[in-house]
Design a protein around this ligand. Structure first.
Ligand code: GUN
Length: 295
């Protein structure tokens, strides 16, 4: 007999929210092109053959087609040098028809991620990971915003939850997700705590959270019993268990028995990341084309 109590949480349907965001992006692109503007273009760069990255990149390229963005693929071998990649980025920075540049991470170990991110023109940094764009977010004047954290904010807006004044806890302090997530929540007015590998009592921190965002990259590490009853719970992890099942960083069924709202895995945050990338590319293109016509 199962001891897991029945779920009380409402599911945050990222797939459906992403679909409606993509629909908006598509409409905006068609309106923009109808008014004589150039169709936005996104360069998606993949280095090597990381199987998970190949899947993500394929999804990103397919989603571009769905919304009417031009996607240009650059697939470099795992043996490509850092200098070759940087030289490609310089070309893409100078290419007027390209509005966004996305280099899929992680990169092979001989290439410095930092050098690559910093080589992208901040105006084309649709991943929002360039220090300029992260700095703008830290200073409450965001321009291009990191896709996964911004996608989470859009998801919360969609279900009518404002982080303002909430006790928010982010578990995970990575540069791609945890840190920009904390900056987003701070901007949105939450009292924000960031937990990381040195945090002493993770369970106690998680238990305080009215809004919990977990991005630690370990399957089901946050136990359902830790969740504060009535919390809003966002799971950014995705892992395939040996049996083939996809799970997040949170023990889902037990967490869903306590939370008020929870994201499923899959079908939660993942689709929002891609929809936000498309939205960022539209924004970058709109801004670049406006600047160009302003002379
Ligand atoms: N790898 C995992 N997440 C991301 C992301 O948001 N952007 C890029 N470029 N690579 C990733």
């Amino acid at each position: 007999m199962s001891t897991t109590p029945p779920p009380r949480a409402r599911l945050i349907d990222g797939k459906a929210i992403a679909k409606s965001l993509k629909h908006e992006v598509r409409g905006a692109i068609e309106a923009m092109v109808a008014s004589g503007a150039r169709r936005p273009g996104l360069a998606v760069v993949l280095v090597g053959n990381n199987p998970a990255s190949e899947v993500y990149v394929r999804n990103k390229r397919r989603s571009c087609e769905e919304v009417g963005l031009i996607s240009v693929a650059y697939d470099l071998p795992a043996t490509a040098s850092e200098a070759e990649l940087l030289s490609l980025l310089r070309e893409l920075n100078d290419e007027p028809s390209i509005d966004g540049i996305l280099v899929q991470l992680p990169l092979p170990p001989h290439i410095r991620g930092r050098a690559v991110i910093e080589a992208i023109d901040p105006a084309k940094d649709v991943d929002g990971l360039h220090p300029y764009n992260l700095g703008r977010l830290a200073q409450r004047e965001p321009l291009l915003r990191a896709c996964t954290p911004y996608g989470v904010i859009k998801m919360l807006q969609h279900i009518g939850i404002s982080p303002r004044g909430m006790e928010a806890v982010v578990v995970g302090a990575s540069s791609i997700v945890g840190r920009p997530m904390a900056l987003e929540l701070l901007l949105a007015g939450a009292t924000t705590t960031v937990c990381h590998t040195q945090t002493r009592n993770l369970e106690a921190q998680v238990g305080r959270a009215e809004l919990l965002v977990v991005a630690i990259g370990r399957p089901q590490m946050v136990l359902g019993a830790w969740i504060r009853p009535g919390a809003v719970v966002i799971d950014i992890g995705i892992h395939r268990l040996p049996g083939g099942k996809l799970v997040g960083d949170i023990e889902f069924a037990a967490a869903a028995a306590r939370a008020a709202w929870i994201t499923p895995v899959p079908g939660g945050v993942g689709p929002m990341t891609i929809a936000t990338l498309l939205n960022n590319t539209l924004e970058a293109s709109t801004r670049r084309q406006a600047l160009k016509s302003a002379g």
